[in-house]
Write a protein that binds this ligand. Structure first.
Ligand SMILES: [Zn+2]
Ligand SMILES: [Zn+2]
Length: 184
């Protein structure tokens, strides 16, 4: 296991959110309350959740800031993560709930969901930075995809995102290029 459970869970939530941003297809997939519900179903949060337009809008606004974490290297991530912790007034404490073992929450349960999303993501990136595993924070290698992911594979060899069919598509493209060369 590369990262402990709650770190991975928070990284997955950040990946999910960032990948709702319009990419090559230009489609934003976090615009409706139904989209928001889908996000919360996959990435459950404890504490107060309003599920209204204002909360959705605040969570949408966090995405660009999270996306920046995929544009930087380990050293570049440090000031971004520190600023997130500061802006969210992070105060780490150990908690135990819902069948999970002891882990850290860094915001109070009644702080705005967008703040909790930002701070929990920042805490996960703290772990990535401390473990010196930042090269696992990657953008899909497909030439027509800019989805992000975190590579949890043992040997760190994952090249494509999980959102589409990028690995297969690139293999088919490479095959076609080979074929095209052969027939010239
Ligand atoms: Zn928790
Ligand atoms: Zn991809």
């Amino acid at each position: 296991m590369v990262f402990i459970h709650d770190t991975k869970q928070n990284l997955e939530a950040a990946v999910y959110l960032v990948n709702t941003l319009p990419g090559f297809d230009g489609v934003d997939t976090l615009t409706t309350l139904a989209d928001f519900d889908a996000y919360l179903a996959v990435n459950p949060y404890t504490g107060v959740i309003r599920r209204d337009e204002a909360e959705l809008s605040a969570v949408r606004d966090v995405r660009d800031r999270l996306r920046e974490l995929w544009n930087v290297d380990r050293g570049g991530a440090v000031p971004l993560v520190n600023a997130m912790l500061e802006d969210g007034k992070a105060l780490p404490r150990l908690v135990i709930h819902d069948g999970f073992d002891w882990h850290i929450h860094a915001t109070s349960d009644d702080s705005p969901l967008a703040t909790r999303v930002l701070v929990e993501a920042a805490m996960a990136f703290v772990d990535v930075i401390r473990a010196d595993e930042y090269d696992r924070v990657r953008v899909c290698a497909a030439d027509d995809c800019e989805s992000v992911y975190v590579d949890y594979s043992k040997n760190g060899s994952k090249r494509y995102c999980d959102t589409g069919n990028c690995g297969n598509r690139m293999n088919v493209n490479a095959y076609r290029r080979r074929k095209a060369r052969e027939t010239v």
